[in-house]
Design a protein around this ligand. Structure first.
Ligand SMILES: [Cu+2]
Length: 314
């Protein structure tokens, strides 16, 4: 018998909480790993699978490709999934759906995350920008960083890639990056917001709402701004870096949960919606929308990563 986590009464009124990680349905969780620890051959297979998504039909009835489903869904739900409580569980499942799509495109290696704390001394040197083993680097250096012209990628396997959507709708364009050089030192790419010290401060917070708020507004937002170009607007899943970044956000949440699994795999709360006309406190029973990418699902079903729904750890 499979059971998802629940709270039951033991004796007279004493509530015992079952950690959501203790699900028998996930006997062999897949281990997610840092991008730079993958063998070169596996890195190539990952990127080949990313490009393969561009050759697959949409899974949600669009005239564009599977690749483009992700920015499409993400931008259409922008105000539902950001700066609200469900930010973390929503993106957790979103990354899993992307991983599943990569598998449909032949990827057999581990799902990877980008631990940007390892690159905070000089983010411009992060291995994932590598031209041959990574995703290529910054956009066109000939274009003024402050110009509104797109800084299309000029090297690497994604050079010339046309992505379908902007926040205004169907507007095919080159994939662009526009590194934000920050102010601490040339090329710092806002690293003060996502170095180890900053991340440790967030990890030390002791309730879900503070943790979610600081993680989203701090390191999470800084990386989107630092990479720039297509990583900045709500269509940021246009850049495959998005998923390595959000796997890291999910990793930090998972590590935080695992410090006190009994409480933290059941701990959720904060603003339910940005809609001032129907404010409210979020609950585990809230349903998260995915616009047919996957069936809508309750927050409670993705609070743990080792269940019948999700089966991985870090
Ligand atoms: Cu997002």
């Amino acid at each position: 018998m499979r059971f998802s986590s629940f709270v039951f009464s033991a004796g007279l009124g004493a509530a015992v909480t079952i950690p959501r990680q203790a699900d028998n349905a996930c006997a062999n969780p897949a281990k997610r790993v840092e991008w730079r620890t993958l063998d070169v051959g596996v890195q190539k297979q990952y990127i080949d699978a990313v490009l393969c998504l561009k050759t697959k039909p949409s899974g949600i009835g669009l005239n564009t490709t599977r690749y483009d489903d992700f920015p499409y869904v993400h931008t259409h739900l922008d105000n539902t999934i950001h700066t609200v409580a469900m930010f973390l569980p929503w993106h957790r499942l979103f990354v899993q759906v992307y991983e599943d799509s990569l598998r449909d495109c032949g990827y057999t290696g581990p799902m990877a995350y980008w631990d940007w704390t390892l690159d905070a001394d000089d983010p411009t040197k992060a291995p994932l920008w590598d031209v041959t083993t990574g995703f290529g680097g910054n956009g066109d250096p000939a274009i003024d960083p402050k110009s509104s012209s797109k800084k299309c990628l000029v090297d690497g396997p994604l050079k010339g890639l046309q992505v379908a959507y902007t926040m205004k709708g169907y507007q095919p364009h080159c994939l662009a990056r526009n590194w934000n050089s920050g102010i601490a030192f040339p090329g710092d790419m806002l690293a003060d917001s996502y170095n180890k010290e900053s991340v440790d401060k967030v990890a030390a917070l002791d309730n879900y709402e503070d943790f979610r708020y600081q993680l989203e507004g701090g390191p999470h937002g800084a990386i989107h701004s630092a990479v720039g170009g297509d990583m900045s607007p709500a269509t940021s899943p246009n850049d495959p870096i998005f998923f390595l970044h959000h796997a890291q956000i999910d990793r930090l949440w998972t590590l935080w949960q695992m410090e006190k699994p009994e409480t933290r795999t059941n701990e959720f709360g904060g603003p339910k919606t940005l809609n001032e006309n129907k404010p409210g406190e979020a609950t585990l029973n809230d349903v998260m929308p995915y616009l047919n990418l996957v069936p809508d699902i309750k927050v409670s079903e993705v609070m743990g990563t080792q269940t019948s729904k999700l089966c991985y750890n870090y």
